[in-house]
Design a protein around this ligand. Structure first.
Ligand SMILES: Cc1ncc(COP(=O)(O)O)c(C=O)c1O
Length: 462
């Protein structure tokens, strides 16, 4: 059933009033929708004024099971959840069986193949930062071993210890890709290259950046261009690795560059990046904060890449309800005091994550994402063919879907008109519409979205 209903301008009177009341929040200007958390349901986001939107924004891929999913409500209202909320612990030192059960289940059923450990923090960027720390630690210890020294930092001589304490310890680097987004903390921000506004005025490590393939769609018509692009970027990667020989702790990459404009590359490209990273003695870090937990139609997007071996580190966030990373046994940092945060392992988040992961199985949501994602992509491709001057580059894998407009202004106008018709899409890169539907978005919802996009495109195309 189509439940869309929008009347008048947005935000409506009640939402505008609520937004004004929240002015103390320095981000209050970003908002135009205020959710009615009680009345929103499934893919239908209801606002305070009673407007109802088909939510393809999904809070930038955070949304997993839609609004008020009964399984999540049952978890969040259970006595076990209340006790986890009321009795937080610093989980590395003190925990309760719910956490241990969660970790066990993830290991048994949901961790990417070949990844033997997990490290949990609060958000996605923090997970990336932690993974990079693990890479640096393993790299530093290996360098000392190769030099015939003890890997143990406490065995360093006094000058070297002083250098570390004084921020002069390392010349090791992380190689990242142009257009990448890995988070906004002062660590991951040095590997983030998607937008000037993210970086201006903020200090950054002088780490090398290499180009990411500017592939074109439809893939079948652009095979030659894309192969050339990927080869060009791999040459640049090799060059950067050579230029920093022995000093590259990690090469980090997203399976699909999300914030940077939904840019895809082929499995062969990722296989080559992994091989080159390995040859350079660098960790291969896959950032699945946005692509993980079913968004790509597989539980982890790494499953699409046909890698000959697991990545060394794989970061998660968003739908996982917490940030963190999985690691191969070699990159598990187990020494006391090396990596620790008070809130490692939030038991409330773990209970929610477990429910999300279980529900993905129970409701066969991966199959749904693949089926509905394919319908959406096909529809977007048709729209591109119908409006070649306005829409282009429809691309997607599962529910990571996007298409381009000629300019940022045209893209924003497209989204504004879609929102006024009750379809909430979002932006990425310089001129792309990004869709990140909840995993419970079904074919009938895809049809509604496509018919609204068709109307908006027809209107804009004059
Ligand atoms: C690929 C990727 N890495 C890291 C992050 C940062 O996650 P968070 O905003 O939860 O810190 C994001 C957020 O969009 C992301 O898309």
């Amino acid at each position: 059933m189509d439940r869309r209903s929008v009347s008048g301008t947005l935000p409506g009177a009640l939402a505008a009033q609520a937004i004004a009341r929240g002015r103390f929040d320095m981000q209050h200007r970003y908002r135009s929708v205020v959710m009615d958390a009680e009345r929103s349901e499934g893919v239908w986001l209801q606002d305070l004024d009673g407007n109802i939107f088909l939510d393809l924004f999904g809070s930038f891929a955070l949304g997993a099971l839609g609004y008020n999913h009964p399984a999540l409500l049952a978890t969040a209202s259970s006595p076990a959840f209340a006790r986890a909320a009321a009795n937080p612990t610093s989980t590395p030192f003190l925990t309760a069986p719910d956490w241990l059960e969660f970790v066990h289940r993830v290991q048994e059923r949901w961790a990417p193949a070949g990844m033997g450990s997990m490290y949990c923090v609060d958000g996605g960027g923090e997970g990336v930062e932690s993974a990079l720390k693990a890479a640096f630690i393993v790299h530093g210890e290996a360098r000392r071993r190769r030099a015939g020294r003890s890997p143990d930092p406490l065995q360093m001589d006094a000058d070297e210890q002083a250098a570390w304490m004084d921020n002069r310890g390392t010349d090791a680097v992380v190689v990242a890709f142009e257009g990448a987004f890995h988070g906004r903390g002062l660590g991951p921000l040095s590997a983030t290259h998607s937008k000037l506004l993210h970086k201006a005025d903020l200090p950054a490590f002088p780490w090398p950046t290499v180009p990411f393939p500017a592939n074109r769609w439809p893939l079948a018509d652009n095979a030659e261009h894309n192969a050339r692009e990927e080869a060009r970027c791999l040459v640049e990667l090799e060059r950067a690795l050579d230029a920093h020989a022995g000093r590259v702790a990690a090469v980090i990459v997203e399976p699909i560059q999300s914030e940077g404009g939904d840019r895809h590359a082929s499995p062969a490209f990722y296989q080559a990046v992994q091989r080159l990273a390995g040859q350079a003695g660098a960790a291969f870090v896959l950032d699945e904060v946005q692509t993980g937990v079913g968004t790509s139609g597989r539980l982890w997007a790494v499953e699409h890449l046909q890698l000959p071996r697991p990545p060394d580190l794989l970061c998660f966030g968003k739908k996982m309800q917490m940030g963190g990373f999985f690691s191969t046994p070699e990159f598990a940092i187990t020494r006391f005091g090396r990596m620790y945060q008070t809130r490692n392992g939030d038991r409330c988040k773990a209970q929610l994550a477990q429910t999300v992961l279980q529900t993905i199985e129970v409701e066969d949501l991966l199959a749904n994402v693949r089926q509905t994602g394919a319908l959406l992509l096909e529809g977007l491709e048709q729209l591109c063919r119908r409006h070649p001057g306005l829409l282009s580059q429809a691309r997607g894998r599962g529910f990571l879907l996007a298409f381009d407009l000629p300019t940022a202004a045209a893209r924003d106008e497209f989204n504004r008109r879609a929102l006024a018709r009750g379809v909430f899409a979002t932006y990425t890169g310089s001129r792309s519409v990004r869709l990140r539907p909840h995993l419970v978005t079904r074919p009938e919802h895809a049809e509604i979205a496509l018919s609204v996009f068709a109307d908006v495109a027809a209107e804009l195309d004059g």
